[in-house]
Design a protein around this ligand. Structure first.
Ligand SMILES: [Zn+2]
Length: 61
């Protein structure tokens, strides 16, 4: 008698997570860390996210 039962998670249940987690990581990176170095937007992305950065307490000046 085995008490260990394997549970299979259907791929269709994993797909939303496989899309959401990288998207949230990318959004977090763009808001919190990218200053145009990777996104190649110059200061545009920084200015766009500036108030949000201050709201979250991210040092930027
Ligand atoms: Zn600032």
């Amino acid at each position: 008698m085995s008490t260990l039962s394997a549970r299979h998670i259907p791929l269709s249940h994993l797909v939303p997570w496989l899309l959401a987690v990288p998207a949230l990581l990318l959004l977090g990176y763009l808001v919190l860390m990218d200053n145009g170095a990777v996104s190649q937007t110059g200061g545009y992305l920084h200015e766009l996210m500036h108030d949000g950065r201050h709201l979250l307490g991210v040092p930027c000046h």
